[in-house]
Design a protein around this ligand. Structure first.
Ligand SMILES: [Fe+2]
Length: 247
């Protein structure tokens, strides 16, 4: 547990510093991830998120853009908004252009479990470029994956008009892989395991992720756990953190 806690502090920035937003923007552009800790109300969390760009209102958000992630069993057709394990994914992968930033804040940690699992897609890209260009090629092939209810045709690594690349992934009942991508899935899952970073968000801790660089998920938990989520479009001119990363 001590090691897991350390990983949280590897990316930690003190939210009370007056230049927190500048520092966080800088860290997000360099590493793609920031962690923070502070007792925040819902309004304060929303205000903090808004400092980074434009609120991305989506199908599950309330009027302020936030939504609550907790033990919900109403949507049994879609298993992930429950206390069960949530596999690696990109938030709002069903959008042609997903939001560039994801904010997650743990209001109440689970008594047991619920650890965040995170994976740096840029690191994955670099490893594949060094060790397995064929696999990388398949993961970049346009139209090799279909995402979400609206059947967005894309790929795991997708090139943006500005030359940057972003990662888009999910592993549930709303993704369809072409056969070549399906065939490399066991290898990809092995790499995911090797590159996974795990830490447990305690009450009042949170993270900010570049949604087009880091995949995120979480382990199952026992008891009650509540978190707040915001998606933010921080692309220029709304903010300073684009969706993609340079390769
Ligand atoms: Fe998510």
């Amino acid at each position: 547990m001590a090691q897991q806690q350390n990983a949280f502090y590897d990316y930690y920035i003190d939210i009370t510093e007056p230049n927190f937003v500048d520092k966080a923007n800088d860290a997000l552009n360099k590493k793609g991830i920031v962690t923070f800790e502070q007792n925040l109300s819902r309004d304060e969390f929303v205000s903090l998120s808004k400092e980074f760009g434009e609120v991305y209102i989506h199908s599950k958000s309330d009027d302020d853009g936030a939504d609550i992630i907790t033990n919900v069993y109403k949507q049994e057709w879609y298993r992930n908004f429950t206390a069960r394990k949530f596999e690696f994914h990109t938030d709002y992968s069903k959008s042609k252009v997903p939001p560039s930033l994801l904010f997650f804040y743990c209001q109440q940690a689970a008594p047991e479990g619920g650890e965040s699992i995170l994976l740096d897609g840029r690191k994955l890209y670099e490893v594949l470029k060094e060790t397995d260009r064929n696999t990388l090629h398949e993961l970049c092939r346009p139209g090799s994956v279909i995402f979400g209810e609206d059947l967005i045709l894309g790929s795991v690594f997708e090139k943006l008009p500005n030359g940057e690349v972003f990662i888009r992934f999910r592993y549930d009942n709303l993704i369809y892989f072409s056969v070549p991508v399906l065939n490399i899935m066991p290898k990809l899952q092995e790499l995911f395991e090797e590159l996974t970073i795990t830490f447990r968000l305690e009450t009042n801790q949170g993270y900010i992720l570049k949604n087009g660089q880091w995949l995120h998920g979480r382990n199952s938990w026992k008891g009650e756990r509540t978190g707040l989520r915001m998606m933010i479009n921080s692309e220029s001119p709304y903010g300073n953190v684009p969706l993609g990363f340079r390769v």
